[in-house]
Design a protein around this ligand. Structure first.
Ligand code: NAD
Ligand code: UDP
Length: 322
């Protein structure tokens, strides 16, 4: 019998999922990665292909999931995560947050595994409370274009808590705030790859609205550490993991222009509907319960990420998706 702990990671070929696979392999786990590649990329996990502690299953988690071996833990990270992606595939987004989560909770129950689900700062919608503590109920437009993501994630939290309360399932819920780093898809439309791609292609930077809306960006290694600590904590309610260092999108565009030593202009485009005006995590709870706080400064994380995008091929740099 194998004494190693086993973990199923959904969304394994995506940005966060692939970093989680790396972390749990490093920690000596048997990792089963699962993905249907709808927004992910095989390249993100190709280095794990022949690893003896890694197995990959291509599967859509909204369909029944059959795993023969024992499972100790499940991390449910499958879901489109960028506004452009979830506007393009709204039904799949709703399905993976609802049906997909239901399947994974059922699997966790059958295997008596602990499950951690990836929620999001989007459950707070366009927040009226700033910064956002976990106790804030949010301000979401259920029928707006972003509603497909926000409500799927709110449902995900509800059904996860229902399995916890009704079935006694061991659950964890992380509310992830904007996270960035290597392996983001250059064309996924999120602001960091979008601006970095524009700098690298010599294009003007597209700031939506007046650029005075804010975000707080967390480097991926910090995010993974927070998720890791949450999984092994004994806290079953949602917890914010993000970096409280808040900036306007306009200042951020200027930062990326200077990072590339470039001379590009900023051009203004309409602000997408229901785009949150302010976002900053209150991480008091994570500090207290997980003894966690971000360590990587934006300057350092941005440099690593920019160098990653610089390493892409010309074909990848100019690939058009939207
Ligand atoms: P990503 O798009 O890079 O990765 C998501 C992965 O899930 C992709 O590989 C995709 O192919 C896979 N997937 C989607 N639907 C699937 C399905 N039905 N079956 C199997 N696989 C499926 O996105 P990401 O940034 O890595 O986000 C991962 C998770 O973290 C998501 O649940 C997202 O909502 C959450 N999250 C991320 C951020 C962030 O800033 N990166 C912020 C908040 C929440
Ligand atoms: N944004 C922008 N230009 C772009 C892409 C995004 O100004 O080319 C803005 C977007 O309107 C939002 C912020 O950057 O206010 C962050 O967008 P992103 O898609 O990264 O994530 P969100 O936090 O909105 O989910």
């Amino acid at each position: 019998m194998n004494s190693k702990k086993s973990i199923l990671i959904t969304g394994a070929a995506g940005f966060l999922g692939s970093h989680l696979c790396d972390r749990f392999i490093r920690e000596g786990f048997l990792v089963i990665g699962m993905d249907n590649f709808i927004t992910g990329d095989k390249k993100n996990i190709s280095h794990l292909e022949h690893h003896s502690n890694f197995r990959f299953i291509e599967h859509d988690v909204t369909e029944f999931i059959k795993i023969d071996e024992n499972l100790d833990y499940i991390l449910h990270f499958a879901s489109p995560a960028s506004p452009i992606d979830y506007l393009k595939i709204p039904i799949q987004t709703l399905k993976v947050g609802s049906l997909g989560t239901h399947n994974l909770l059922g699997l966790a129950k059958a295997k008596r595994a602990r499950i951690l689900v990836a929620s999001t700062s989007e459950v707070y919608g366009d927040p009226l409370v700033h910064p956002q503590p976990e106790s804030y109920f949010g301000n979401v437009n259920s029928i707006g274009p972003r509603g497909v993501y926000d409500e799927a994630k709110r449902f995900q939290e509800s059904i996860t808590m229902a399995y916890h309360r009704f079935h006694g399932l061991d659950v964890r819920i992380v509310r992830i705030f904007n996270t960035y780093g290597p392996r983001m898809r250059l064309n996924d439309g999120r602001v960091i790859p979008a601006f970095m791609g524009q700098v690298l292609r010599g294009e003007d930077l597209t700031v939506f609205g007046d650029g005075l809306q804010t975000r707080s960006f967390c480097y991926v290694d910090d995010q993974i550490e927070g998720i890791f600590r949450l999984l092994f904590s004994d806290y079953s309610y949602p917890i914010n993991i993000g970096n409280p260092n808040e900036t306007t999108i306009l200042d951020f565009a200027k930062e990326i222009i200077s990072l590339g030593n470039s001379t590009q202009k900023i051009v203004y485009k309409p602000l997408p509907q229901n785009d949150p005006l302010q976002r900053q995590p209150d991480i008091t709870l994570a500090k207290k319960l997980l003894n966690w706080q971000p360590k990587i400064h934006r300057e350092q994380g941005m440099k690593i990420t920019f160098d990653y995008f610089k390493g892409l091929t010309q074909e990848e740099l100019y690939k058009k998706e939207h």
